[in-house]
Design a protein around this ligand. Structure first.
Ligand SMILES: Nc1nc2c(ncn2[C@@H]2O[C@H](COP(=O)(O)OP(=O)(O)OP(=O)(O)O)[C@@H](O)[C@H]2O)c(=O)[nH]1
Length: 370
């Protein structure tokens, strides 16, 4: 029990420190708060010299509240929530059943069995939420921790059920193993939760550094990273790789006539239209001010020309509305394919760029393939 309390205090301190860190995400605060409360509950239930209503009833209620808060933090992490009614119900069960076995039908064995099974279930509920998070290499450690903790508590419950005198149980193998497993699981959970938050931050950073903030398309860095992957995949599978360069016509005039916010809306509008054409493996990147690159995997020149022509016509027919203002715009496009050039994305882009400038010279609002 002493080892358990020490580990709980240590992991709690870790989480509290992490949660107090400025701008820590809300889930981290719920986990920290939940662990502090669980720790208080554990301390209360181990103080057997206090009245039984405190260590045998209130202690369990406080532990359930702590686990409820941890569960809420996990749900928040997965962009969901957990109502206070549900948490109150968890606490209510943890108070009522031990109270029954204390006041109505006193039985230490029944109370210990209940605590083992009930807290096992609460930990497995946490495991289910973590499992739904989906990214196993990130959430695997905390998932294993919750499952192990639930298993240790469950076995304790089974053990209590099979032994008539709870006082005999301390020397048994099950109790010894679970005493070892519980702090181990708590360490796994604490580190696993921190890893989940770090991963979330890393994902956010990756998105910020590879996406264009205005249009949500990839930026140059994103195109470089993902373009290489798409190019290699197409080359290995001997599929054609097509590139369409798209440039808004007379964009400077739009900016000068209606202002930059309208110009920005035109760019967002164009990105939205092009995204409708994308399949899961295709890429859209903002290459420069008003220039976009569309990379199509498994598409030959004729099919890419069709896509570009469809896009050009759609852009020409659309109206961008902003602040009671209606703006029309057109775009010029250059289309190239690996069948005529190479799989090297830089070469494809530069050939596509040349074709796009040919389209500009040919009068704009045109598609030219080379
Ligand atoms: N609103 C807005 N304008 C931008 C952005 N990035 C670049 N621009 C503007 O885009 C304009 C590009 O003008 P040009 O390169 O002359 O091209 P254009 O007017 O489209 O002419 P053509 O390409 O020959 O049809 C410049 O005025 C830039 O200031 C942006 O993010 N938002």
């Amino acid at each position: 029990m002493l080892v358990q309390i020490c580990v709980t205090v240590l992991t709690t301190a870790l989480l509290v420190a992490a949660a107090c860190y400025t701008e820590s995400p809300p889930e981290q605060r719920w986990w920290a708060g939940g662990n502090v409360v669980t720790c208080v509950g554990l301390a209360l239930s181990s103080m057997v010299t206090l009245p039984v209503l405190i260590h045998g009833v209130l202690g369990y209620g406080v532990i359930a509240l702590g686990l409820g808060l941890v569960l809420r933090g996990l749900r928040v992490h997965c962009s969901a929530t957990l109502s206070w009614t549900f948490i109150a119900a968890l606490v209510g069960i943890a108070l009522l059943i031990p109270a029954y076995f204390t006041l109505v039908a006193p039985s230490l064995r029944a109370r210990l069995c209940f605590s083992g099974f009930y807290f096992a279930i609460l930990n497995w509920m946490c495991a289910v939420v973590v499992a739904r998070h989906g990214v196993w290499r990130v959430s695997g450690i905390s998932l294993a921790g919750f499952i192990l903790l639930g298993l240790a508590l469950f076995l304790r419950g089974v053990h209590m059920l099979l032994h008539t005198d709870p006082a005999d149980t301390t020397s048994s193998l099950v109790m010894g193993l679970s005493t070892l497993a519980i702090p181990l699981a708590q360490i796994c959970i604490a580190f696993g939760l921190i890893q989940m938050v770090m991963w979330r931050y890393a994902e956010r950073l990756r998105r910020l550094s590879t996406l264009d903030a205005l249009t949500g398309a990839l930026n140059r860095a994103g195109l470089e990273i993902q373009g290489k992957r798409v190019g290699l995949r197409a080359l290995r599978a001997a599929r054609s790789l097509a590139v369409i360069m798209i440039d808004v016509d007379n964009f400077k005039v739009i900016n000068d006539t209606h202002g930059h916010p309208v110009g920005d809306e035109v760019l967002r509008h164009l990105a939205r239209l092009v995204k409708l054409e994308l399949r899961p493996h295709d890429l859209l990147a903002r290459f420069g001010g008003e220039e976009f690159v569309l990379v199509l995997d498994g598409v030959n020149l004729a099919a890419a020309l069709n896509v570009a022509e469809r896009l050009r016509a759609r852009i020409e027919s659309e109206v961008v509305e902003l602040d009671n203002l209606s703006v029309r715009y057109t775009a010029s496009m250059g289309v190239v394919c690996s069948d005529e050039h190479s799989y090297d994305l830089i070469r494809l882009i530069s050939a596509g760029d040349a074709a796009m400038y040919d389209a500009k010279r040919a009068g704009r609002n045109k598609v030219i393939a080379v």
